[in-house]
Design a binder for this molecule. Structure first.
Ligand code: AMP
Length: 312
């Protein structure tokens, strides 16, 4: 396995500003991440659901390109994580309507033996204590990157600070970087976060792109100028999936990332893949678009995006 992720599998309710909403759709940080990363490289997913988890969602996950589900556990007597969010008019900001942690407050699922030699590990949104415990199982890891969000900054800050001392990278939203550091400026916030230990921080700014604050430099990438924005849920997780999946794939090929997986140029290149894959996620609710995306469609948009970035 080139890449392993732990994160949530969720049953989501999403409300968008044009009045459209969906109840009980497949979501979760681990799901969006794996769906994106699997387009680049084989990815093992470790997560647990309760016995209320619809079998058609389990089939959907199992059918995703490149996703290995050996690490998925269905726990009898437990309930699946549920989350509801409502987007504000700009589609970039959202309110959490409810979070039902359910299975997330129980013991985390075990890591399959076949995954423990994995070189690249992603800790998708989840409790920082669980993220840390998970990372500690991978004795041969060369790149460990974490994501986090408002709930965990609010409720588990101390554990988050400890986690940051043990990862090479952190990805988080602009608002969350401000919440954590008290700094509104993304570069200043990123630099503050580097003080906790990581080599790089990626600050995601929705339709305004993403900023890389790395010990070796600063970079900025615009978002792909998307015309279809139906549901931004999972954009951040799939951004991370494209980013980490492309790094793990490059390492497996013996490319530049194999020498220094957290290097400035490697992460910068990988962010372009994250940007492009996220632009598909938002075209439909849930995995409506991302889940059936082909590598050809992804590559075509990547080349179009690269062309847009080129200055004569
Ligand atoms: P994103 O839009 O990339 O931030 O990801 C949204 C997804 O993360 C949704 O599908 C939710 O099920 C999941 N999610 C929401 N809140 C949390 C949380 N506190 N921890 C882990 N996953 C969450």
């Amino acid at each position: 396995m080139n890449l392993t992720v732990t994160g949530t599998i969720g049953i989501d309710t999403v409300v968008t500003p044009n009045g459209e909403h969906r109840e009980n759709i497949l979501g979760g940080s681990g799901v969006y991440f794996a769906a994106a990363a699997g387009l680049y490289t084989p990815v093992g997913m470790v997560a647990a659901v309760g016995d209320d988890f619809p079998p058609e969602f389990a089939e959907q996950i199992a059918g995703l390109t490149g996703v290995d589900t050996t690490g998925l556990e269905t726990r009898v007597g437990s309930k699946t994580f549920r989350w509801g969010g409502k987007y504000l008019d700009d589609m970039d900001h959202r309110e959490t309507l409810f979070t039902e942690l359910n299975i997330l407050i129980e013991d985390p699922p075990p890591v399959p033996g076949a995954y423990v030699d994995c070189p690249v590990v992603f800790l998708a949104n989840g409790h920082p204590g669980v993220q840390h415990g998970f990372a500690s199982k991978f004795l041969k890891s060369r790149l460990v990157v974490a994501d986090t969000m408002d709930l965990w900054i609010e409720t588990a800050r101390a554990e988050l600070e400890v986690l940051l001392g043990d990862v090479q990278g952190l990805v988080l939203n602009y608002d969350e970087a401000e919440q954590f550091t008290g700094q509104r400026n993304s570069v200043t916030a990123g630099r503050k976060l580097l003080e906790y230990g990581p080599r790089f921080v990626v600050v995601k700014k929705g339709e305004h792109g993403a900023i890389l604050v790395h010990r070796d430099g600063i970079a900025a990438l615009p978002a792909y100028p998307a015309e279809i924005v139906v549901d931004p849920t999972g954009a951040g997780d799939s951004f991370a999936g494209g980013m980490m999946g492309s790094i793990a794939a490059e390492m497996a090929r013996g490319g530049a990332a194999a020498d220094d997986p957290a290097g400035f140029e490697t992460v910068r290149r990988a962010m372009a893949h994250g940007t492009v894959v996220a632009s598909f996620t938002i075209e439909q609710f849930s995995l409506g678009r991302l889940g059936s995306l082909s590598r050809e469609e992804l590559d075509a948009r990547y080349h179009e995006y690269m062309h847009m970035l080129r200055l004569e």
